[in-house]
Design a protein around this ligand. Structure first.
Ligand code: COA
Length: 254
């Protein structure tokens, strides 16, 4: 079974997380598949829109913690950074359908989507600090911008989840629907976009993102350097080992 499914129909590329038994946590191979798919979608004039979706019960549990433990990322050309650069600079519209937990990069990737449709069971979280890590995907810049510093501090320093209503209020998502309807709504909206003139979509998105583009790119590099270092430090090693051993982490010794 392929953990990332891609499908192209009527101008829309749909990328599906398909690792539900591991809560759609994302391995290095899955980042590579998504980075390749985005590069293909960027280059293919027949693709006008990309849709990301998971399952009605889970969007994504974030990075695979076994990978964090056994194969920590370090270089900017690693699959996760290729994926993040791909989605954050993608020129055409990106739509997402999000139901259930969206953890870590499951939430931060949404800062780079244009339209997000969430099931009423969606729960967004960025628990990097709880894992001995720091933000990625320019979330240290984009979360305070979008949510205000106070709410971003609850999300990023405490690692507290926020629900669909809060995500709607801050504009991270566009609409809340029953989980069984999120994927279909995302597809309908993507089809509407795909029927519009592509050059107008690309230019409009570029202009809307222009004021933040260089800061986002710079912040992703700075975060990536810290993240790569922290993955190897004792706090993160303890958090990952505790997760694998299904126990609470003990940070008192690190
Ligand atoms: N990496 C690797 N495996 C993961 C995973 C992850 N990020 N998230 C879940 N899994 C695995 C679990 O180890 C478990 O595997 P097992 O059946 O072999 O024991 C399986 O997926 C089911 O997970 P479980 O925790 O039992 O499901 P749940 O419904 O109780 O909780 C979550 C779902 C998403 C809330 C919970 O799995 C979770 O918090 N995951 C870790 C999230 C995280 O910290 N991600 C990193 C962000 S940077």
């Amino acid at each position: 079974m392929t953990d990332i499914l891609t499908d192209i129909a009527n101008g829309v590329m749909t990328i599906t997380f398909n690792r539900v038994e591991k809560k759609n946590s994302i391995t290095s191979a899955m980042y590579a598949a998504m980075a390749d798919a985005l590069a293909q979608a960027e280059a293919d004039a027949a693709v006008h829109v990309v849709v990301f979706q998971g399952h009605e019960t889970i969007f994504s549990a974030g990075n695979d913690i076994g990978d964090f433990l056994n194969a920590p990322t370090s270089t900017q050309d690693s699959p996760v950074f290729r994926f993040l650069r791909g989605i954050s600079t993608f020129s055409k519209p990106v739509v997402a359908a999000v139901c259930g937990p969206a953890v870590g990069i499951g939430t931060t990737m949404l800062f780079h989507c244009d339209l997000v449709y969430a099931g009423d069971n969606a729960a967004f979280s960025m628990p990097f600090v709880n894992l001995g890590l720091c933000p990625e995907a320019a979330s240290s810049y984009l979360a305070p911008q979008l949510m205000g510093y106070g709410r971003a501090a609850e999300a990023l320093l405490l690692g507290e989840p926020f629900m669909a209503e809060s995500a709607l209020e801050i504009g991270l998502i566009s609409r809340i629907v029953p989980p069984s309807e999120a994927a279909a709504l995302a597809q309908r909206q993507a089809q509407k976009l795909a029927a519009k003139p592509l050059s107008s979509l690309i230019e409009t998105k570029r202009l809307m993102k222009k004021s933040q583009a260089s800061t986002v790119a710079e912040r992703m590099v700075e975060e990536g350097a810290s993240f790569g270092r922290m993955l190897r430090e004792p706090a993160a090693r303890e958090a990952f080992t505790a997760f694998m051993e299904k126990r609470k982490p003990d940070f008192s010794r690190v």
